[in-house]
Each structure stands twice: as C-alpha cells, then as structure tokens.
Design a protein. Structure first.
Length: 187
C-alpha cells in the first residue's frame, strides 16, 4: 500500500484500470461523432483526467480544442449550493458540441450550473464526462453521459483530486487512511 507524505493511501482505482476506462470512454464519445468539439474541463480537479481523455480521444480519431472554466466550490472538496464563475472560457460556444469534463459528479450542482450556462450561450450540444460518479449524493437534476467508475461515498484523492491541496499528483485514485493499519497479533 503506498505511503505518501507519511499517510497510507489505499488504491481504489489503479493507473491501469483508469487508462483502460479512458480508452473505452473515448471510443464511446467517438461514436457520438462530435462536430467542432470543445472539451471543457472544470478546474481544478479534472485537469489530469482531461489531459488523458483528450489523448485517448485523439487515438479514437476525435480532434478537440480545449478551454478551461473555474467555478467556486466550498471547503476542501465539498460543494456549497452557491456556484460562482471564477474564471470563464475565452471562446464563443455558439453552435459547438461541448464536452464538460469533471473529476467527480457528486451533488451535481457544479455540472448543472456549467451545463446550463453553456446551453444558455447557444452550444449545439452539451455532454458530460466524469471520472467518478457518487450517485447517492445527487441533489441537482444532472446525469453524466460518460462515467469512468461508480464511486463509493467516501472522500477520494489522486489523479488530479486533492485533500487540502495534497495528493493531486498520484497516478491512481485512492482513499487516505485515517489511522495506520492495525498489525495482526501473532499467536
Ligand atoms: P458537486 O457535484 O457539485 O457536488 O461537486 C463535485 C465536486 O466536488 C468535484 O468536482 C470535486 O471537485 C469535489 N469533490 C467531491 N467529492 C470529492 C472527493 O471525494 N475528493 C475530492 N474532491 C471531491
Ligand atoms: Mg471539481
């Protein structure tokens, strides 16, 4: 089990499993034959997933341009009801197929906010790709079109996702263990 900065992190989804899912997701996205595709990762947590996904899309013969959007979220990971735009994208989205990319779909408030904004601005279509879906936490009326993995209702880190700014660099998705593993007593 990896120990990072003195903390044990249990691997939930390995680097290999994630790479396999990215390939499958890209092939699914390719089947929708997107036109003039704009991939729009929601920063910050999605940047690693998005970087791998656009390269998997390239291998599935899908070209894309990429812009970023940053919205406010509350606390270290959890989202408040109030979503604000912190950094907007530069391009006009009118008539374009947009693929929103996020690390986790939880309450859905973040993705609902951004999806509605893109529709209001005249996007031709708005699809959603998320690495992880915490389905039991949903509060807003939003579902992802492409899901890497269903996610247990636990706080996860790695592959772009942080806990208080740490662990984004991990190549896998993991769960930080609160206490060190209990060693079994020998008889
Ligand atoms: P929601 O769907 O609006 O509730 O927000 C989901 C966002 O909350 C994700 O984009 C993440 O930034 C963050 N988030 C939710 N759960 C976790 C977690 O387990 N680890 C890290 N970030 C999380
Ligand atoms: Mg996020």
């Amino acid at each position: 089990m990896p120990v990072i900065d003195g903390k044990t992190v249990d691997i939930l989804f390995s680097e290999q499993e994630i790479a396999q899912r990215n390939k499958a997701l890209a092939e699914d996205i390719a089947k929708s034959r997107p036109q003039n595709l704009l991939v729009l990762p929601i920063l910050k947590g999605s940047f690693v997933f998005a970087a791998d996904l656009i390269r998997a899309l390239h291998k599935a013969n899908v070209s894309s341009s990429v812009e970023f959007i940053t919205v406010s979220s509350y606390g270290a990971g959890q989202t408040s009801g109030d979503i604000h735009l912190l950094h907007d994208l530069d391009s006009d989205v009118t008539g374009r197929d947009i693929l929103l990319v996020d690390d986790i779909l939880e309450s859905g408030k973040t993705l609902h906010f951004v999806a509605e904004l893109m529709k209001k601005r005249g996007a031709r279509s708005v699809a959603i790709a998320v690495l992880l879906d915490k389905h039991t936490r949903r509060k807003a009326p939003v579902e992802a079109d492409y899901v890497g993995f269903p996610c247990p209702d636990q706080f996860v880190v790695g592959y772009g996702m942080d806990a208080a700014h740490a662990f984004r660099q991990l190549p896998f998705v993991g769960i930080v263990r609160e206490s060190p593993p209990v060693l079994e007593k020998k008889p």
